[in-house]
Write a protein that binds this ligand. Structure first.
Ligand code: PLP
Length: 389
């Protein structure tokens, strides 16, 4: 070789990456088993839409399948197609339903459409008249005003003796709008309506609860639960400590450590003026990596509503973001760390076991779901534990 590459050390890309994400598959499997226990007599499914909340549908799908999940939910048929290879015997429900032209995708990958409107139903009946029996699920809107047949439409369909025998709903589902708030009246109202609908579909399984609903108790479990965020370690039920194990750890490398003087400003707009001589750690993560600009320490409108920006975790302590987060770089104030505690090249934890995902999300005025699904393409990824591909 003439390019000298043979002389270069053979390094693990994870060890050298400016930005890296660890997905703990053992924690994921444990979270699924934990939710399965909490789901009592109901079966426990797994929601793996949006690339398993940003953590990787292949690794996460296989891990959940090996843990015992046999009912998966995706948003789009393309996600179901990917998942099929990792969950061969599972039922895969597609929450956005089916459109003209997608029939082959559904039949080839054995995906079950979740039908949500009279138009989708009419289309589905025409598909069945050509193909014959094939399972589907029905989504009923019990108060969310998002997707689903109205309660009246669902009851009318249940009583419609003229509906074709090839029409085989295998699951009736609905979704709670305030499942994370145990005292919300909406939960009891949606429960009452859903009971009415599921009773009209005697013999068809019913599913009401996502992660949060599992914590509302057995009345809400029906035949199948549909956890998503709690599998990935996020906070589902508010007002209690999060019992789930963290699954994702995001870390950024510190590119440079610099000394700055009192009175100087930091980052775009000069919106943070240093009150003391400071040490700053410049980390290789920015809003292009889903480290949202609203996590900035100053200089974004949200800071007038939520005063503190995000913290990272470094050398055993929490250190604040200061100034604006930029596309590729973020500045942390490390003045309070012992002088020799950190060096350029060290990794700062953005979220993970020491810096809760939901605490970071709250600093951006958002939820863990959005942080995870915004991670972007620059993370070097590593999986730990069972199910690793
Ligand atoms: C996303 C979704 C879920 C999972 O919700 P989590 O809050 O992440 O547990 C369940 N059911 C439906 C219909 C969904 O859209």
């Amino acid at each position: 070789m003439t390019d000298g590459r043979d002389d270069l050390p053979d390094t693990d890309p994870f060890e050298a990456a400016p930005l890296r994400l660890t997905v703990n598959l053992e924690a994921l499997a444990e979270n699924w088993r934990d939710l399965a226990r909490r789901s009592g007599r109901a079966r426990t499914g797994a929601v793996v839409k949006a690339d398993a909340y940003g953590l990787g549908i292949e690794d996460c799908g296989l891990t959940l399948y090996e843990a015992g999940a046999r009912d998966f939910f995706v948003a789009a048929a393309s996600e179901g197609e990917t998942l099929r290879a990792y969950a061969p015997e599972a039922r895969i429900f597609v929450l956005s339903g089916i459109w003209l032209g997608q029939e082959a995708t559904f039949f080839d990958s054995d995906l079950v459409p979740v039908l949500a409107s009279e138009e989708q139903l009419a289309f589905w009946m025409s598909v069945l008249s050509e193909r014959g029996p094939y399972p589907c699920a029905l989504q009923v809107d019990t108060g969310f005003n998002r997707l689903g047949l109205s309660v009246d439409e669902a009851l009318a369909l249940a009583g419609d003796v003229s509906r074709p025998t090839s029409f085989e709903p295998v699951l009736i589902l609905s979704h709670l709008h305030s499942g994370d708030a145990p005292d919300a009246d909406g939960n009891r109202q949606q429960l009452a309506l859903f009971r009415q609908v599921s009773a009209a579909y005697d013999g068809t399984e019913a599913s009401l609860s996502a992660s949060a609903g599992i914590f509302l108790g057995p009345d809400y479990h029906f035949d199948l639960t549909r956890p998503g965020i709690a599998l990935y370690g996020g906070q589902a039920a508010l007002g209690m400590d999060n019992p789930m194990r963290p699954v994702a750890t995001a870390e950024a490398r510190i590119v440079q450590i610099r000394e700055a003087r009192a009175g100087e400003t930091v980052s775009y707009g000069g919106t943070h003026r240093l009150a003391r001589d400071s040490r700053l750690a410049i980390a290789a993560v920015g809003y292009a990596d889903g480290y949202l600009r609203n996590l900035s320490g100053s200089g974004v409108p949200l800071r007038s509503a939520v005063p503190a920006g995000a913290f990272g975790f470094l050398a055993g302590q929490r250190v604040p973001v200061i100034g604006r987060i930029t596309m590729d770089l973020t500045i942390f104030d490390v003045t309070d760390l012992p002088p020799n505690a950190i060096h350029a090249g060290d990794y700062i934890e953005l979220f993970g076991p020491n810096m809760a995902l939901d605490t970071v999300a709250a600093a951006a005025g958002t939820i863990g779901y959005e942080l995870l699904t915004s991670l972007g393409l620059r993370y070097e990824r590593r999986c730990l534990g069972e199910g690793e591909i």
